[in-house]
Design a protein. Sequence first.
Length: 493
Amino acid sequence: MLSMYKWHQVKVMRAQGMSIKKIARDLHTSKNTVRRYLRDSSPPVFKKCKRKSDLDAYRTEIIRMMEDKYIGTRIYEEIKKKGYRGSLSAVHKYLAGLRTEAVIQDKVTTRFETKPGEQMQYDWAEWTLMVSSRPVKVYFHDLVLGYSRKKYYTWSLQIRAQDVIRAIEDGIRYFGGVCRKLVIDNPKQEVVSHNKSGIVRYTDEFLRFCGMYGIEPNACRPYRARTKGKVERPFYYLEEHLLRGLEVTDIGELDGLLASFTTAYNARPHSSFHASPDELFTKEKDHLRAIPVVDPALIYNREIRKVSNDGYISWRGLLYFVPMSLCLRDVMVEEILGRTLKVYDLGGNMVAKHAIRLFDKSRPEHPEHAEINEAYLEKKESLRAGLIRKFLEHFPANGETYIQGLKKNTTANLSWHLGEILGLCRFYRDSDISMVLDECIRLGAYHKNTVKRLLGERDFRIANTQDRVSLPDKLYAGMKKVDIARSLSAYHL
């Protein structure tokens, strides 16, 4: 067979008018070969000879050992026992060819389109967002309908199993219906194990959620993300058209930004269908199944926390306030997407809702404390004013003067001194105490102990019991006396 060079020379020399005999002589080939190439306008095609390898007889055994992760030397030893007489290098070369073939077959991808309402795909991606010039790790969730490509985006500050489930549920409510199948990756939040044979073990939490919503989960093959390519590519668009270079002053701004981005994304024409996801969704929405009524308490866990005596609960090292009526009681706490905290009483009623604090680690001010403290001060001031008023009623002549002197000398203990002096009225006449108060004013001695000492020194007569009848005496005045003495035999065992 002529080479491509000689084939070219035959064509050129004949075009220059040379005879077949001269062309054959100059190229050192036969005249028949020259005639054949002059008749055929197509250039020569060279085919590589397919050589049969002695290892082909052991191909099945070799593939099985490769799947069991046998190394090349071990495979060589095993097939030698079965009669192979070739070299080790030939085995290694044969294994390399099988691996290349396996890689090619693994990358072979087919595209298929799903029916309306048949399938939705979910995935999440991690991104470091600058919040007030500080880096914060944020997880973005994406749920997409397989037919219309309509998408739902949300975000969380954690990526627990419950965060994944809540993101999917929020997307279902955004679409207004449920698809029959859900294609996911193999994250630990949803999948316990997925072996090469295709057997998948899902987490109990994820299966409970799928069962309540009537969804058939479908985990794609490990390390084959293109199986759910409808959800993979939109993350690239999200990162490049929104997140890259984005900086916010408050993490809560993401809600509005992501909602606007989602609306714009669903309104733009899709490159494959030349129609927007919103337009295609009009054909798909009627095929979605109705959202079942599900009790959230059956899907999302709520942890028990005890409220402190000052109205706070501790959550992940930070304090959050709850109503003071729940002090020293148990409450249930639910964290939503790592960014919102809801507090419920044991009856299931929500009593507080807080945004998770990222940077502020201090104790927040309790809104009820100021009101309670103000009420306490008002009550305290009212009791003090009543005590002063009562003191002036007992000692109208010199009570005001004594109180003014007491304020200068005792300051904060004024009420205590007045209370102690008023207590002496149960044993002494007001006139006698008033005389002592005059003496205290003259001496400049303003203290309840001084009043007591002077009353003792003057040996004032104790107030007549008819004039000073105590409350217990009033209560028992009309009661018949009862002899409570009893015989010692009453205590006999």
